[in-house]
Design a protein around this ligand. Structure first.
Ligand code: OOG
Ligand code: NI
Length: 476
């Protein structure tokens, strides 16, 4: 019997092998990442602080895009077999990098499962009923096209359901399931209908990538690196063109929080096309790329609000379009130094980040009772705090990642944002609508982190003989 987590780890490995064969620059990225991780461990010691080295070495996230709620539901069935569940709702349809999708991330929920293998897949759903992007006629034709295709064969879905029910699969079935699941996300050799793909590209390259072909495919696969600034320089030295900066928090000497990501631009890949006259020709498409990420500590809602405010402040100060990437980095660092705690202890005491807590092994023996507040408990050595890794994504970085790889901007009619004509407005999408399509709950990431933090804090307080009444989500 192959248990769920082994299926997940094997699936991540197989996808990585397929993607490496399809996109050679990804293999270079993996090599450079492994080298940087080794060097970082040698220089700074074992990084167990934010996940063990085994976890980090195997750690990947993928990104896929589907066309209909039905396809999303099926993708969820496959991921559930791998112990990956929908967490978070991301609406990427607004702002300067708007793309016509809403997204969630499938990932393991529990700490032990994450440590075994944290494979996660950022999954986006096309929104053809959003009239700011698609007119009614195009939406109808998209619906017809998408309704005719099958992304996931019935055998795969049957095996997936069995794996979910049984918490794994017998060896032979496991192999078959993994082969079918991997194949579902490989690039297809099926010719692309040139006229249809082009028509959708006029609206959005992402719409064409999703709705212009009869299959789905991995859009990118992302390893985790321990020093993303070093990686960015090294990839540039290798002659690989990176996007102009690292997304997320700046490089600074305070705690690593949330997520920092960067990528190299999409490369031209050979694809077959079917022309209007029926001929099949060779061509290229530029949609798939390589991305790398560094993960830090999960922030509470208050911490996240602080992060968003500092990001807005940085934007404001760097609004001058003539500024270089180096100016941007220096400004961002200055803004953070003025506005963000410099230590993990301060993050914990201010309720800005999530930690697990444990009674200190050697506690004060001065006869005094432990203080009641978290800051006091940490300062006087009663409790130790261990950071919780951020396991999710950032909508702004996601939009930046999408956008950086589009050759052409999305056409979105912004006059339709506020119009009263129901026929022309943004289609309402939220976590509930996504949950209905999935027929599964969409988990709230903050609630997951808070729950874990809370449980350990309550246990630690009980061990110190303190009451449990004063803990709130934000102090956890
Ligand atoms: C997904 C973009 C989001 C990330 O790392 O933020 C993402 C996509 O391009 O389909 O993967
Ligand atoms: Ni990504």
């Amino acid at each position: 019997m192959v248990p769920t987590w082994r299926l997940r780890a094997a699936f991540a490995r197989r996808l990585s092998a397929v993607y490496g064969a399809e996109v050679p620059a990804y293999t270079t990225l993996l090599e450079v990442t492994a080298r940087i991780n080794e060097e970082t461990v040698r220089r700074d010691g074992h990084p167990g602080h934010l996940g063990g080295l085994d976890r980090v070495t195997a750690e990947r996230h993928g990104a896929i895009r589907v066309g209909t709620p039905h396809e999303l539901h099926q993708a969820a069935t496959v991921f559930a077999a791998l112990g990956m569940h929908p967490v978070g709702f991301y609406d990427l349809r607004d702002g300067p990098g708007a793309v016509p999708v809403v997204s969630t991330a499938f990932r393991p929920l529990d700490a032990e499962e994450l440590e075994r293998n944290p494979f996660r897949v950022f999954t986006s759903l096309l929104t053809p009923d959003d009239r700011r992007f698609f007119d009614a006629d195009l939406a109808r034709r998209l619906g017809t096209f998408l309704g005719r295709r099958t992304l996931f064969p019935p055998e795969l879905l049957t095996l997936a359901a069995r794996a979910e029910d049984g918490g794994g699969l017998p060896d032979a079935d496991a192999d078959r399931f993994l082969a079918l699941a991997t194949e579902a996300f490989a690039l297809s050799a099926e010719p692309v209908d040139r006229a249809w793909y082009e028509e959708l590209s006029q609206v959005s390259a992402v719409a064409a990538d999703i709705g212009g072909v009869t299959t789905t495919h991995l859009n990118h696969l992302t390893p985790r690196v321990l020093d993303i600034d070093a990686l960015y320089r090294r990839m540039t030295d290798h002659g690989i063109t990176m996007i102009d900066r690292i997304q997320g928090p700046p490089c600074w000497d305070g705690p690593d929080v949330l997520l920092r990501q960067t990528s190299f631009r999409a490369l031209a890949e050979p694809r077959a096309f079917r022309e209007v006259d029926g001929r099949v020709t060779d061509g290229t498409l530029r949609v798939r790329f390589g991305e790398v990420e560094a993960r830090g500590i999960a922030l509470t809602r208050t911490g996240r609000a602080r992060y968003d405010a500092l990001t807005a402040e940085t934007d404001h100060r760097t609004a001058d379009p003539g500024g270089s990437a180096a100016d941007h980095a220096a400004t961002a660092r200055a803004v953070w130094e003025a506005g963000f705690p410099r230590t993990e202890r301060q993050l914990a005491a201010d309720g800005l980040a999530f930690f697990t807590y444990a009674p200190a092994l050697t506690r004060p023996r001065d006869g005094r009772r432990p203080p009641d507040d978290l800051a006091g408990l940490l300062d006087h050595g009663w409790l130790t705090a261990h950071p919780i890794v951020y396991e999710d994504f950032l909508p702004r970085s996601a939009a930046g990642i999408f956008r950086s790889n589009l050759t052409r901007d999305t056409t979105r009619d912004t006059t339709r944002d506020t119009t009263r004509d129901a026929d022309r407005t943004a289609a309402p999408y939220d976590a509930d609508r996504l949950a209905a399509a999935l027929d599964r709950p969409v988990h709230d990431p903050f609630a997951r982190y808070a729950d874990r933090s809370f449980t350990t804090l309550r246990r630690a307080r009980r061990a110190l003989g303190l009451d449990l009444g004063t803990t709130s989500e934000e102090s956890a």
